[in-house]
Design a protein around this ligand. Structure first.
Ligand code: FMN
Length: 421
């Protein structure tokens, strides 16, 4: 979660005092903003070393970055003088955090592949420090499936990707792809160096994610647009908060998250079986999956043929699927039950009703009619509803939103155990 810079009592002026930040700058137009970023982080107390890709030199000079960082700037893996002073492995060990800003589309691709063909990519593989990546590029490049695939791989590998801001771009167009403000990047570094408290240490959390596929015949199915990104982000956030996490996932293209037991399923009935097998054994159940409400009543054994002479209609009879969340909520004893609602109209009213109807402790609702959040998007904007309160979490990356949802769950669990003890 990106906390505000003055959130740490007693360190209001220099919260990054003594922190060693390795800044990687690649060849994007936003590289011209990095001297200001270095200045801002030094003002906050950080010790900064800068590494540039060869193409970054087209956008900002090493001399500027050397002047503001007060340290030599490195570019070349094969710089003998620099290797004699602080070799690349030493530099990788020195860092408390590696911040790559801006990260070009090309660099994202090289990082996602695990390449080590220049100093910056080599350092990324050689460091044990947390890696923060702030992509910045034209909005069409950012939204390209190849870029989004690389971002998903990098997140799955444990890197934190700071989503770009939306707005007017250097190319004259408008959309997501702007480098966030120096303040936001510095806050992300601070949040990484002070990881969230282990709020769910010792807790077992079961998460469902992604869509389900309901067979019509052996080659066709009924499904929906869920990408699984929000459910995977929540599973990772629960893990970061110290929980032992099991993820039951419908068919998605996301990499399996590190440190989490992932069970792959296809249909709603498969998902129900997997959930039933683990639900009695967990403290928190978070149903994020977009489970199909209905499935074809009698899937055909063989591919349905388009028969000549048949009328222009094929009637498919659907039958209701079990309600997985309500099933978990009906267990005794039962875990703390969290559900999601993607609504297209009267979002809050429908969600309040759905929470009560299904016996959930907490519901997370988003208004997918907006189009810029929810299904398949990198960001979300949600409202949390529980019996004693409601809380709006404004638009933000799915990882940041997930950290806040986990914090709320942990707070409600803590108050629940206080009231029952
Ligand atoms: C004028 C100009 C501006 C560019 N701006 C960006 C940008 O903002 N983001 C980006 O991903 N690529 C941008 N590119 C393309 C990258 O510079 C190019 O992909 C390069 O290979 C990146 O190299 P690097 O990632 O090793 O630094 C730009 C290219 C030019 C010529």
């Amino acid at each position: 979660m990106i906390r505000s810079l003055d959130a740490v009592p007693g360190t209001v002026d220099r919260p990054l005092e003594g922190k060693k930040i390795l800044l990687g700058v690649s060849g994007g137009i936003a590289a011209y903003k990095t001297p200001e970023l270095v200045r801002r982080m030094r003002d906050l107390g950080a010790d900064i070393r800068v590494v540039m890709t060869a193409n970054a030199h087209h956008f900002v000079t090493p001399t500027s970055l050397q002047a503001v960082s007060g340290q030599p700037v490195r570019t070349d893996l094969w710089d003998h003088a620099a290797e004699a002073a602080m070799g690349h492995i030493e530099l990788a060990r020195w860092a408390d955090v590696l911040l790559i800003a801006p990260a070009s589309a090309d660099l994202l691709a090289r990082l996602a592949l695990g390449r080590a063909d220049d100093l910056l990519t080599t350092l990324r593989l050689a460091t044990r420090a947390p890696v923060l990546i702030a992509p910045a590029m034209n909005h069409v490049m950012w939204l390209h499936p190849a870029t989004q695939r690389n971002v998903a791989t990098l997140v799955g590998d444990g890197n934190t990707v700071i989503p770009p801001d939306s707005g007017a771009q250097a190319c004259g167009e408008t959309g997501p792809g702007r480098l966030p403000a120096a303040e936001t990047l510095a806050a992300a570094v601070l949040a990484t160096l002070q990881p969230p408290r282990q709020m769910l240490a010792g807790r077992r959390v079961l998460v469902t994610a992604g869509p389900t596929r309901e067979a019509i015949d052996p080659v066709r199915y009924v499904s929906n647009h869920s990408s699984g990104k929000q459910g995977y982000a929540l599973a990772r956030a629960a893990r970061r908060a110290g929980a032992n996490v099991t993820l039951v996932s419908g068919p998605v293209t996301l990499p399996e998250p590190a440190g989490i037991t992932t069970i792959k399923v296809t249909s709603a009935l498969d998902m129900q079986r997997a959930v039933q097998a683990h639900a009695t054994d967990c403290d928190v159940f978070i149903g994020v999956a977009a489970v199909a409400d209905y499935r074809p009543a009698t899937p055909a054994d063989q591919k349905i043929k388009k028969l000549p002479g048949r009328s222009g209609e094929l009637v498919l009879t659907l039958t209701e699927n079990p309600d997985i969340i309500a099933g978990v909520a009906a267990l005794r004893p039962r875990p703390f039950v969290v559900g999601f609602a993607a609504e297209t109209q009267s979002a809050l009213a429908n969600a309040r009703d759905k929470r009560l109807r299904k016996g959930m402790d907490l519901i997370v609702v988003n208004d997918v009619a907006r189009g810029d959040i929810g299904f398949n998007a990198a960001e979300n904007d949600v409202t949390l509803i529980w019996d004693a309160g409601e809380r709006h979490l404004p638009k933000s990356g799915k990882d940041a939103i997930s950290d806040q949802i986990i914090e709320q769950i942990a707070a409600l669990l803590a108050s629940e155990s206080r009231s029952t003890s």
